[in-house]
Design a protein around this ligand. Sequence first.
Ligand SMILES: Nc1nc2c(ncn2[C@@H]2O[C@H](COP(=O)(O)O[C@H]3[C@@H](O)[C@H](n4cnc5c(=O)[nH]c(N)nc54)O[C@@H]3COP(=O)(O)O)[C@@H](O)[C@H]2O)c(=O)[nH]1
Length: 554
Amino acid sequence: MHPLGHYVRAFNRGPIGRIKAFVSSALIGTLVIALLAGVAFHYASNQIWNAAFGKLNAVGVEVLERSERSSDQIRAAIRDVQTQGALPCSPENLALMAQTNLKYGQLQGVGYVANGRLMCSSYGSHGAGIPLPPPRYQGTSGNLMMLRDVNLSLASSIEPQPVTIITAAGNGYSAILSPTLPIDVFINDRDMAVGTVIYSSNEIKAARGGVDPTWRTRLGDSKHTQFVQNHRIVSLWRSPRYDYFAFAAIPDDEVRARIRYAGLLILSCAAFAMAVLLLAAARSALRRVPLSESIRDALWRREFHLVYQPVVELKTGRWVGAEALLRWRRSTGEQVRPDVFISVAEESGVIEEITDHVFELVTADMAGFFESHPHFHVAINVSSIEIQSPDVVSRLTKFCAGVTGANARNFVIEATERSLIDPEKARNIMEEIRKLGFAVAIDDFGTGYSSLCYLQTLSTDYLKIDKSFIDAIDTESVKNDVVLHIIALAKDLQLRLIAEGVENAAQATYLRDRGVEYAQGWHFAKPMTCRELLSSLGRQTAESIGGPNPSRQP
Ligand SMILES: Nc1nc2c(ncn2[C@@H]2O[C@H](COP(=O)(O)O[C@H]3[C@@H](O)[C@H](n4cnc5c(=O)[nH]c(N)nc54)O[C@@H]3COP(=O)(O)O)[C@@H](O)[C@H]2O)c(=O)[nH]1
């Protein structure tokens, strides 16, 4: 576990970040749920309307078919008795009427009408005839005449009942049938109106429930139409052979109630989904985001930038180079310390992306700079993991080629002493890097576990003495002696030394007097932006030509 504990693994968003995360996921979720609810409601109401129209259409078609069947039978029955040629109401004629009545099941009887009276029928002779009301309709198709509905007792044993008498114009033969026959369809909806209407006159032929006279205009010349009008759902079917159309209609309140119910159901589901979503959004906003995830995010959002800490030549005070140090400023303004995010990046495998981003930033910062400062170097930290992997060599080559005016000697590659866990591998890769012309430095020297014997065999240019040893200079600490040993070792191995974290003049003088060539630390300069580095270097160059050197002498 990292000394900074949980902070390394997970990261709390700031309040603004949390609110933003909550609002954005709540907004997106609300939009999606609203869209889905809208689609579901549209689909459900369509289905309900379709079901209602489907039911009406089936009834309308059935009414039309029954009416057409009746019309067919009326025609056929009249034709049958007429073609016999017997004298109307003669015994042979009456016998045929009775036979014909049996043949056509939709008819209640067959008769003969003369001078507005029903003279005889399949039930027998009616003497002087039963008086009938005047006709209410003269048909155009098949030249049929329709008489008014009458209450008729066709035989002494039969109670008077409403019948419709349809007489063939010109010959008096008639069909007698129940006025409700075409609409005697099975309907399990008490509020449903059904019937047939004569198309040419818009007169009701047979009906159960109210008929709207404007329906016919809605039908126009088409065979079928369906619509909602005056709170009724209507289906109309026109006969292609007869002058009438069938209708079926129901009040729309039940359909609308069903749609309202479906809407309410969908709304409740959407409200439930919204509640779940808001809870999930709140949970996710409050969640501690793993730092590795935040690092990837930050790379994508370009939240990193570099600062440069000058490396000073102790003898002259000249700035000979600078170490590039990565900084992470989150969108909330919060700074994340590099020792925190670098170790997480190493653990989680993002470190190569980090180093590549450093390459990118250096490439942009230092473009053209080395043309005017050919002896200056920039030191770049490469993690211990990367120094074990051969592809670092090609990545460095590519990087160097991308920096305008730069040469490999303008870069020092810093690898920590931890990089030497597998000395064989590290040695080969360091050699490769040096062959390309880069200088190599062992960073934080003295803190790791590198054995002195393989240090001898390593291909390196600099040792960077860790700050903890510099802090011990001129103190009673045993580390004070270690500095002297490191200096002696570097001399023996002919390595140049850079002291890290020099904070005062005494430390600087001590180091310079003992032959340490270079140093870094707040005593000379704190890490600064690229712009500050370049302008300070510009001033130094100008003053070295015409005045005193501004950098502090140890
Ligand atoms: N792999 C990468 N590692 C990187 C990169 N950038 C930084 N780092 C490593 O993070 C560690 C912490 O770095 P930082 O907070 O930037 O601290 C550096 C200096 O600011 C600090 N320093 C320098 N002088 C002084 C001083 O006088 N007093 C004082 N208290 N601190 C001082 O020391 C750090 C430099 O460390 P080093 O690299 O060992 O020279 C650190 O380990 C960085 O290496 C990166 O891009 N990649």
